[in-house]
Design a protein around this ligand. Structure first.
Ligand SMILES: [Zn+2]
Length: 311
């Protein structure tokens, strides 16, 4: 059984049609409102319950007035607003975040650390909140004229306050392709970037460029990074990857089995591995007997590899 992909599968109502006139600061005063909060890359986590914690108004309302950027409407849940708040400006305690919970029952964790532990729909909800809040924190001024932005439509659209410009800015998603390449000898092509954890090998990947189809990007990236020509490029699945704003689009492809040559820029090593080799890979940060590691269990790279391993 292959685990479902993390960060997708959310069934919540994004309330796209209700956003038009929505004022998140006003919606935050709804008695049933719940809040997904974020602090400098960390999310509140209750170790006893694998869910995205929805905080109650009493815990966060005292902080809302001072928020910059302000609250953002994620959608409707149980007939009440679900609101995202970036508390990064709040004073915190080291890497443990601001102290909001009087009962002290939960702490703060990065999404990569908890993504695979959460049900897919819950990790999808946190990915959505994180992606939106990161975009908002990095989109403060108009990229056309430099004026400040005014956020509308529940916080999902930034409109330039310079009336002569009035450009609207939308949440950013950068498509990236990731490719599991196999050869006729039953081997898989995996590479590693120099900044990765020692021993970690993964599928080759890269960003799609303007004027390029997804399959073309896949072929270009594999050739650039490994010097290998691929064919029979087939779509498998896609995955939101809010680190900070990617959409990973996963493919399989075939190749002749020619010796790969790493580009020595993005990729320091790239090799063909057999299924028997992969059986000797470690995971969860613990290298196997050859010193090799599989990518994280929350990643589409891991899903592509496990699908192939299990035939
Ligand atoms: Zn402008």
């Amino acid at each position: 059984m292959i685990n479902p992909l993390s960060y997708r599968g959310g069934a919540f109502d994004r309330a796209s049609l209700a956003r038009h006139d929505a004022d998140p600061a006003e919606l935050a005063r709804h008695p049933g409102a719940r809040f997904l909060v974020y602090w400098r890359g960390l999310h509140p986590v209750d170790p006893a319950r694998p869910v995205a914690l929805r905080l109650e108004p009493a815990l966060v309302l005292p902080l809302i007035a001072a928020l910059d950027p302000p609250a953002l409407l994620l959608g409707i849940e149980d007939e009440a607003p679900l609101i995202a708040l970036d508390l990064s400006a709040a004073e915190g305690h080291g890497d443990s975040g601001p102290h909001l919970d009087p009962s002290g029952g939960w702490g703060w964790q990065g999404l990569r650390a908890i993504g695979a532990l959460l049900p897919a729909g819950e990790s999808a909800l946190l990915a959505y909140a994180r992606g939106m809040l990161l975009w908002r924190s990095r989109t403060r001024f108009c990229s056309v004229c430099g004026a400040t932005l005014r956020f509308e439509e529940g916080g999902h659209v930034g409109t330039c306050t310079n009336a002569a410009c009035a450009t609207q800015h939308y949440p950013r998603t950068d498509p990236a392709v990731i490719v599991l390449v196999v050869d006729q000898a039953g081997r898989v092509l995996l590479g590693r970037q120099p900044q990765w954890t020692p021993g970690l090998y993964s599928c080759l990947a890269g960003f799609v460029e303007p004027g390029e189809a997804l399959e073309e990007a896949a072929a270009r990236e594999v050739f650039e990074e490994a010097g290998v020509r691929i064919g029979d490029v087939r779509y498998v699945a896609s995955q939101p990857w809010p680190f900070p704003s990617s959409l990973m689009v996963g493919f399989t492809a075939t190749a002749s089995g020619a010796d790969p040559v790493p580009d020595k820029r993005e990729i320091e090593d790239v090799r063909w591995f057999t299924r028997a080799d992969l059986d000797r890979f470690g995971s969860a940060g613990v290298p196997g007997p050859d010193g090799h590691l599989l990518p994280g269990p929350d990643s589409i790279a891991r899903l592509l590899i496990e699908r192939w391993r299990r035939g």
